[in-house]
Design a protein around this ligand. Structure first.
Ligand SMILES: [Zn+2]
Length: 190
């Protein structure tokens, strides 16, 4: 089942998401499968639960589209439950990022090269692991979502001003997008 993706401007994207208790989500694998299905249909490489309207600490990534440039990313497909960043290290490098909740906008964002995380996988197995390069970047972007942050927060005041109108339009549904979205400033029935 595919979810509609929540668009920029919805308060759920700004909430710090809460940790998941295993008993609360006995069907978490089904939820994760649905998130993958939603992400693939929108040609994304990551999707966080707040982007489908659930303010919980869960995100999925699949970096295989980048495997052409970086062999280490072949089959890099993972779900992260209750992730906590332990440490970010290395130089900050730029990459032109986009976001399924903010269609049609891409901007250079600087992030640290390495990130060390504590997280659980879909079988509730615990990991502490360091990720590097593009894998780290995708994880850092998705992690920001469960902290209520968006990549546009990281832009300079000038860049923010330049995309302000476009962001407003997105929240009102004035954007061409090929996947199903839910726009906060559009009345029901449209
Ligand atoms: Zn995003």
């Amino acid at each position: 089942m595919k979810f509609p993706i929540i668009a920029y401007g919805d308060p759920v994207l700004r909430r710090k998401a809460t940790a998941i208790e295993p008993d609360e989500y006995p069907h978490i694998k089904e939820l994760i499968d649905n998130m993958y299905e939603t992400m693939y249909a929108a040609h994304g490489v990551g999707l966080a639960a707040p982007q489908v309207g659930l303010s919980v600490r869960l995100f999925v990534v699949d970096a295989s589209p980048f495997a052409e440039d970086d062999e280490a990313l072949t089959g890099f497909k993972k779900a992260f439950i209750n992730a906590q960043v332990l440490e970010e290290t290395g130089d900050e490098w730029p990459f032109n990022e986009g976001c399924l909740s903010i269609p049609d906008i891409r901007e250079d964002v600087y992030r640290c090269r390495h990130v060390r995380l504590s997280y659980y996988d879909e079988n509730w197995k615990h990991f502490e692991e360091t990720f590097t390069g593009m894998a780290a970047r995708i994880i850092q972007h998705e992690y920001d979502h469960i902290e209520g942050k968006l990549f546009t927060d990281k832009l300079s005041p000038l860049r923010k001003r330049l995309i302000e109108k476009k962001l407003n339009d997105i929240s009102r549904g004035i954007v061409d997008v090929e996947y199903k979205m839910k726009f906060p400033a559009v009345k029901k029935g449209r």
